[in-house]
Design a protein around this ligand. Structure first.
Ligand SMILES: N[C@@H](Cc1c[nH]cn1)C(=O)NCC(=O)O
Length: 427
């Protein structure tokens, strides 16, 4: 028993490191924007295409990856994903043209997409039910440190080593991780590789239909959809320009605001993990309260005459940051609503939600900014940013109404006593 406990943490640490490196790779372009525009001789919108492409590939891969994980197990899929990311990032290091760089980012996105669901499934196979919500939150939370590593050391590496060496060093971490996966990871305490039934078209259809038919999976999807897009759009692309041009903050304050958002994620993750583990019946209420708070703070910022004072913006990033960990509640609802053999494909369905919403928002903000800015330049005004950020209300309206709808349906089919009992069970 003791050695299983020890192994479970060793397995988790390796899975977490792979996820952290995936977050690092996905964020590593954010600090290299200027260098990328020079190296590939591209415009700001061509640079934004990298981010959009990555989100499209990530979201599009979720269901296939979920099916692959249920079929071949986390260990195999995680290994392939890590090798793919490593080769793609090495390709990005040596790419000299824009099309070659875009192709490399597509494969980085594919490898990245193969990571998170594998780690979620490892957690659910290795930990007792009552610990899963907390360990899942710790995974999501600590994984975001990859973005911090991408910001500071990567900026240093780009400045001191140059583009090719910086990205090659980043890619080389994947080789070490691949060895760690091979040596340490087992799919479950009893199986090194846990294979599911063969994938035929009929079986795939039946499995996805069964997952989607459960209102808990749909509730999880809409929870994920509604909670994280605001934080993702700010951190991946629009946060910095919004704070600088829309709210007239200095560039260092904008950087600090984005860092405060990461700190908020770090603080909220474990707290939500504990709350979800102890009050599983109230998971949708937690999401509703968090999203309502996000909507309320955004409304204060957008309605503020002139630009909002810095403390209000600090409050904004703290509350919006909680949306990241809140999205993880969706996976927990998916986990308790589906049998183990469908866990990964249900997680894949759910994980699409937040990334589809983020992609739509990233594009909508760009389009509205262009629409509200005279001429063809990118000299966006505070008023243009207000219009652009207000597009979030459409996504909140859709997401919240769906969360209400499927919460009602899910509560009809989920047995509260059993749910709370299983959350307390030792294994
Ligand atoms: N919402 C994120 C994870 C997260 C946790 N805390 C802040 N963000 C999510 O869905 N992650 C999937 C991934 O691949 O990152």
């Amino acid at each position: 028993m003791k050695s299983t406990v020890r192994n479970s943490w060793a397995v988790w640490v390796v899975g977490l490191l792979v996820y952290l490196v995936a977050v690092f790779h996905r964020s590593s372009l954010a600090v290299a924007g200027l260098a990328a525009t020079e190296r590939f001789d591209i415009s700001a919108s061509q640079l934004a295409t990298f981010t959009m492409l990555q989100l499209v590939v990530y979201a599009g891969m979720q269901v296939p990856v979920g099916l692959l994980v249920d079929r071949f197990g986390s260990r195999s899929v995680l290994l392939v994903g890590t090798l793919l990311m490593t080769c793609a990032q090495a390709g990005f290091a040596v790419a000299e043209s824009y099309p070659a760089a875009l192709a490399a980012r597509v494969f980085v996105g594919m490898g990245d997409a193969m990571t998170f669901i594998c780690v979620l499934r490892l957690v659910s196979s290795w930990f007792p039910a009552r610990r899963i919500p907390l360990v899942t939150q710790l995974t999501g939370t600590l994984g975001q440190l990859g973005a911090v590593v991408a910001a500071v050391p990567m900026t240093w590496a780009l400045g001191h080593l140059g583009w090719t060496k910086a990205y090659l060093v980043a890619a080389s971490v994947g080789v070490v991780l691949a060895v760690a996966i091979l040596v340490v990871l087992h799919d479950s305490p009893a199986h090194r590789n846990l294979r599911g039934p063969a994938l035929s078209l009929t079986a795939v259809r039946a499995s996805l239909a069964a997952s989607w038919a459960h209102p808990g999976t749909r509730l999880g999807f809409w929870m994920h959809f509604t909670t994280q897009f605001s934080a993702t759009a700010l951190s991946l692309l629009w946060g910095y320009p919004f704070f600088v041009k829309g709210e007239l903050q200095s560039s260092s304050t904008a950087g600090l605001l984005l860092t405060a958002m990461v700190l908020s994620v770090m603080a909220a993750g474990p707290t939500l993990g504990w709350l979800v583990g102890n009050h599983p019946w109230h998971r949708s209420t937690m999401v509703l309260v968090i999203v309502s708070s996000i909507v309320a703070v955004w409304t204060v910022v957008l309605a503020w005459p002139g630009h909002a004072p810095t403390p209000v913006l600090v409050l904004l990033v703290i509350v919006v940051g909680v949306g990241g960990p809140a999205s993880m509640i969706g996976f927990d609802v998916g986990r308790t609503s589906n049998p183990k053999e469908r866990f990964a494909s249900a997680s894949g369905i759910i994980n699409q939600g937040g990334f589809i919403a983020s992609l739509v928002l990233v594009i909508a903000i760009g389009l509205v900014l262009d629409w509200r800015t005279p001429g063809s330049g990118t000299d966006y005004t505070p008023s243009a940013f207000r219009w652009a950020m207000a597009t979030q209300y459409v996504l909140w309206a859709i997401g919240l109404s769906q969360v209400f709808r499927f919460r009602k349906q899910a509560r009809r089919v989920i047995n509260r006593g059993e749910l709370e009992e299983s959350a307390r069970a030792p294994a």
